[in-house]
Design a binder for this molecule. Structure first.
Ligand SMILES: [Ca+2]
Ligand SMILES: [Ca+2]
Ligand SMILES: [Ca+2]
Ligand SMILES: [Ca+2]
Length: 390
């Protein structure tokens, strides 16, 4: 500081200044983000009051070969690049540069999604190619031989996906939000990305477009409706009460330590409200047994077949868990088993279960129809049959 102060006193008059104040190289460079993604728009600000040559005019800096501003990566460079004063007497200069990434398929459809190019002279509409792990360096030759430099890194990001609620009802739309700033491929227009949405009842599901919430938010929203009675189509997802619904985003723009060619499936789930789940979706009449054999043929330690005949009176296939429980005449459980099955729309299904009574007695066979073992919701009233083993 002392050195610079002397320099100023000796060489420059303190009045009538028509160029920069060489003795006061205060000219910090600011960027609007600390880290950029590969296709961001950068807004750069340089505070250079000594370059406010006229208090009544908008001055500009950087576009001369004598005191250039350069914006560059290790491989590509823009400049001299013009910055303009924010108002006639601010001494603050700004410019914008759009990063254009590199040739890369960002959504997995085997086509490149970027248009890498480097040109422009500012103060806006300059384009600069940027690699995944590069840095953007802004340099300003503020005074002869005095170069101010600021660097900001470029990086990709792991996307996130979330349903806006944990529990959805059929009446309300289902909203999914993906945040991946790397997919803001055009910072001057709303981008969109494909996401997969599926349910327990329709594991194939649908692919929908999530649309960016603003020109450069990097946040994407998709809205779908749920339908119990219609198949999935467009933005409509078939699901039934109690289903889990899933949303999946495939991120092809991953930071280190992933490679540029890696992709990562990012998934989330929510529930479809089951409070309206009607008992009786599946008809669960009392079981029959023995495949027509007469009761007398049963005996302890011989295997018998229990048959549950279920009917789905609904227009859509239904997955469920069918549980058999056998209690002896002391009311303790002798056998417990379950099977996960799917019954097509409007079909009747026989479910067989073998059971070996260990001793004579009267047994009660109960059957239950649940949507799942982990989070059981009854799809039918329990049914019960008494069996006497002689
Ligand atoms: Ca000015
Ligand atoms: Ca692509
Ligand atoms: Ca955009
Ligand atoms: Ca990403």
């Amino acid at each position: 500081m002392l050195h610079l102060l002397l320099f100023s006193l000796v060489l420059l008059p303190a009045f009538g200044q028509s160029g920069p104040d060489y003795g006061n190289p205060y000219s910090p460079i600011f960027t609007d983000k600390p880290v950029y993604s590969w296709t961001d728009k950068m807004k750069i600000t340089i505070v250079a009051p000594s370059w406010n040559t006229s208090k009544h005019l908008i001055d500009s800096i950087g576009d001369s070969n004598t005191h250039p501003i350069k914006i560059s990566t290790s491989e590509h460079s823009l400049g001299p690049y013009k910055f303009t004063e924010t108002d006639a007497n601010s001494g603050v200069f700004t410019a914008e540069v759009i990063l254009t990434g590199f040739a890369h398929d960002a959504d997995g459809d085997r086509d490149f999604d970027t248009n890498p190019r480097t040109f422009g002279s500012g103060p806006t509409s300059g384009f600069l190619e940027a690699d995944r792990d590069s840095a953007i360096t802004v340099s300003f030759e503020f005074a002869d031989g005095v170069v101010l430099v600021e660097s900001v890194p470029v990086s990709w990001n792991v996307g996130t996906i979330n349903f806006t609620e944990d529990l959805f009802s059929f009446e309300n739309p289902v909203t999914v939000n993906v945040v991946d700033v790397d997919m803001n491929l055009n910072p001057e227009a709303m981008d969109n990305i494909p996401i997969q949405i599926f349910s327990d009842s329709d594991v194939a599901g649908i692919e929908v477009n999530a649309v960016e919430t603003s020109e450069s938010s990097g946040s994407f929203i998709a809205v779908v409706s749920l339908s119990e009675n219609s198949p999935s189509s467009g933005n409509r997802l078939h699901s039934v009460p109690g289903d889990a619904i899933f949303a999946k985003y495939d991120d092809y723009t991953l930071p280190k330590p992933y490679s540029k060619s890696d992709n990562l499936e990012i998934e989330t789930l929510a529930r479809v409200d089951s409070s309206a789940l009607p008992i009786g979706r599946i008809k669960n009449p009392p079981i029959t047994y023995g495949l027509g054999n007469s009761l007398e043929s049963f005996s302890p330690n011989s295997q018998m077949q229990i048959v549950g005949t279920l009917s789905n009176e609904h227009n859509f296939k239904q997955k469920f868990v069918y549980m058999f429980q056998v209690k002896n005449d002391e009311n303790t459980v002798d056998s417990l088993s379950w099977i996960q099955v799917e019954i097509p729309a409007n079909q009747v299904l026989d479910v067989y279960q073998s059971w070996i009574p260990k001793k004579s007695g009267v047994y009660e066979v109960q059957t239950f129809v649940w949507n799942s073992i982990n989070d059981p919701i009854a799809l039918s009233s329990p049914a019960s049959t008494m069996i006497a083993i002689p």
